[in-house]
Write a protein that binds this ligand. Structure first.
Ligand code: ADP
Ligand code: MG
Length: 295
């Protein structure tokens, strides 16, 4: 089957001035299947958000190709229909929903907005019913309808952002570090909610995080990014059982283990990222398991 998203040799190089270009994303290739949960992990600045923004068409890409449901959505010759379909069927959830949600809108308006823009409902009653439905699905109630974002906790605001993103039944949801600014106690609740919604609605889901702790519970496959490069890609079980790139190993060994004695005694893998050149070939070492084999 055609993957929902196909990213080929994506480069996003930001030209700062004549002497400085930042290769934020450099030759990254991956695809996401229908109904798949795809994790992207890597330290801050590794290019994760730039991948998300490039896929969403927030800025033109330097080179490469991006296909959504088999149609190219990058480049200059994308038809209006394809652009509209992509805008409708891809939704993003940001880390800081306090900043992403319009502070002057009530919750009901925030959730209704994408439905209004995409004109998915004929009348107000249908839309009202849909708002109630999604509020319930994200664990909020009618009491939250008339609230403003500032009247809600961080976790509740993130639930509103999630309600907004699922309201128009998108094919693909990209969540860019959606739990990073939440209290630890709330993080697991939001991850569980994502897991539940994804199973129920079967949308494709890209979950971006800077470490593996939550990604491993959700993801079918994981892409590891370092300094704009894809360093490893594979099924979650395979990556955990058989990590190959030293950076992946370091990420795995820094994930907390719920056993305090083991935590104290275990040896952590360290990886000095300043040694990373990024030069090499992204090679399939076993079926579906790719590693950047450095020169
Ligand atoms: N619009 C931009 N202009 C210039 N540089 C940018 C821009 N967006 C991101 N960068 C740079 O690209 C690199 C990757 O950033 P980003 O994709 O935000 O990483 P991550 O989300 O993994 O933390 C960083 O060095 C960042 O400073
Ligand atoms: Mg980011």
């Amino acid at each position: 089957m055609t993957p929902i998203l196909d990213v080929r040799n994506l480069k996003q190089h930001f030209v700062i001035n004549r002497n400085l270009t930042i290769p934020a994303v450099d030759d990254v290739t991956f695809s996401v299947e229908r109904g798949e949960v795809f994790g992207i992990v890597g330290e801050t600045g590794s290019g994760k958000s730039t991948i998300a923004r490039s896929v969403l068409g927030i800025y033109p890409i330097t080179s490469g190709e991006i296909y959504f449901k088999g149609n190219e959505i990058s480049g200059k010759n994308v038809s209006k229909d394809i652009r509209k379909d992509a805008a409708c069927n891809m939704q993003i959830i940001f880390q800081d929903s306090a900043a992403a949600l319009n502070p002057s809108m009530r919750v009901e308006k925030i959730i209704a907005e994408p439905m209004e823009i995409q004109k998915v409902y004929q009348n107000k009653d249908e839309m009202e019913a849909r708002i109630s439905e999604v509020l319930k699905q994200v664990g909020l109630s009618e009491l939250h309808r008339k609230k403003y974002p500032s009247e809600l906790s961080g976790g509740m605001r993130q639930r509103v952002a999630i309600a907004r993103s699922i309201a128009i039944n998108p094919d693909l949801i990209i969540a860019d570090e959606p739990i990073a600014s939440l209290d630890v106690s709330i993080q697991a609740q939001i991850v569980t909610l994502f897991q539940h919604l994804q199973k129920e609605h079967n949308f494709s889901f890209i979950f971006i995080a800077h470490d593996l702790s939550m990604v491993k519970f959700l993801s079918d496959r994981i892409l590891v990014m370092l300094k704009g490069k894809a360093v490893e890609l594979g099924r979650t079980e395979e990556l955990f059982a058989n990590p190959i790139h030293p950076y992946t190993k370091a990420l795995l060994s820094s994930a907390p283990v719920p056993d305090p004695d083991y935590e104290k005694s275990r040896v952590r893998d360290e990886y000095d990222t300043s040694k990373f050149t990024g030069r090499g070939v992204f090679t399939e070492v076993s079926p579906g398991h790719y590693v950047l084999v450095e020169e």
